[in-house]
Design a protein around this ligand. Sequence first.
Ligand code: HEM
Length: 146
Amino acid sequence: MLYQILDRAHSGLRWVVLLLLLAAIVWAFQAWKGGRSGASKLPLYALIFVHVQLLLGMVLYWFLSPYVRFEAGIMKDPLLRFYTVEHITMMIIAITLITAGYSRAKKAASDAAKGKTIFIFYLIGLVLILASIPWPFRSGLNGNWY
Ligand code: HEM
């Protein structure tokens, strides 16, 4: 029951994360290249939802998911290897980059410098996240669209 709720939340929130990251990246590009000035909360909202995913993911990973196992032989099973090793590793790298980008941008002197920092770190984070989501078209990962 708790597993189903958290699993559905973690799965559905991917769209919120993807949209907020995209919006923050577009804003950052405009701030960097287009000379658009003024603060935006988009990088913060994206950061918050990325961390919500981290939290939900941790609970699924350590307590609930049947796809996470610490046994011999899981590396030979693509489904168990994906969730036990690949998904968490790539997502944590992505989340670390996004977090580092956010805090670096905070210290940036100008709006353009802020935009450049967010743009680069969030874009790399987004690409890693897109590559590490168990999309339904990736066979053998039991993924859903939402
Ligand atoms: C922005 C970061 C993340 C995104 C967008 C994301 C997205 C997803 C998606 C879309 C699924 C598949 C859900 C489904 O199709 O039913 C999934 C599953 C899963 N994720 Fe993440 N995830 C993220 C970070 C993490 C992290 C950091 C962890 C671990 C600490 C984690 C642990 C898991 C686990 C264990 C599952 C399998 C759940 C199950 O039993 O079905 N995720 N994630």
